[in-house]
Ligand binder design. Structure first.
Ligand SMILES: [Zn+2]
Length: 248
């Protein structure tokens, strides 16, 4: 497999980056990435993954677009209200870049379906708004050795870290006291998930191409009220039930 003339032109500005090149572009083309949650984070994540030329992007979300989504979920337009998010998003992403495959999976991930949906992924991107499903994908990714890029947002605040099984802590190592399962509405400025989504995609592209240092064993906290960005070192937890099972 190689790149066509139109692909070489489409991706010209990233191919020119020293160390990226046609080889880096081919790695993206041969990659499969799952976007779990097509909300404020997932819409922006899937736009940048598709624009960058990731060969197969799988969108997972069972919800339909509602009017109160539209301050942040940038693939949802007025005319999409009431439509499945994954279907409306797929239609726009195919227009953005017909060179890549976009798959729409209108389900909520659960223990029953997770293996079928994300087992052959190269990377899973956490674009969720609840810890229950987030920990489900954490445990699954660690058990299958799939890198997981985590982000979470609320109000003017965001956080991001990367889990590479065997190389650093998982989400359960870090968040052993899980925030109470949220059922209430999370208030949010739309641009905040935009920033975190961009960071998640930069991280995904780095992992897929082998460029740079991933955010493993570190978490970046962003407080946009103060415009302060802080990195905290993380370590594996001795008695983490998720890591224990795979390393013993
Ligand atoms: Zn762990």
């Amino acid at each position: 497999m190689s790149l066509s003339a139109s692909e070489l032109e489409r991706y010209d500005r990233q191919i020119r980056i020293p160390g990226f090149g046609v080889e880096g572009q081919m790695k993206l083309k041969n990659s499969k990435v799952a976007v779990v949650g097509v909300g404020g984070l997932g819409c922006a994540v899937s736009i940048y993954l598709v624009a960058a030329g990731v060969g197969r992007v799988v969108l997972i979300d069972k919800e339909k677009f509602e009017l109160n989504n539209l301050n942040r979920q940038v693939l949802g337009y007025q005319s999409d209200l009431g439509k499945l998010k994954v279907e409306a998003a797929k239609a726009k992403l195919k227009e953005l870049n017909p060179e890549v495959e976009v798959e729409a999976v209108p389900v909520e991930l659960s223990e029953r379906n997770i293996d079928k949906v994300i087992s052959n992924m190269d990377i899973v991107v956490d674009c969720l708004d609840n810890w229950e499903t987030r920990l489900l994908i954490n445990d699954y990714c660690v058990s299958k050795n799939i890198p997981l890029i985590h982000a979470a947002v609320s109000e003017f605040y965001g956080q991001i870290t990367t889990v590479i099984p065997g190389r650093g802590p998982c989400l359960r190592c870090v968040f052993h006291k899980i925030p109470t399962i949220q059922t209430e509405v999370i208030p949010i400025i739309g641009a905040v998930p935009g920033v975190l989504a961009s960071l998640e995609v930069v991280e995904a592209i780095k992992l897929l191409t082998g460029i740079g240092e991933p955010l493993v064993g570190r978490i970046l906290f962003l407080d946009f009220r103060r415009m302060s960005f802080d990195i905290i070192q993380l370590s594996k937890r001795e008695d983490c039930p998720t890591c224990d099972e795979t390393t013993s």
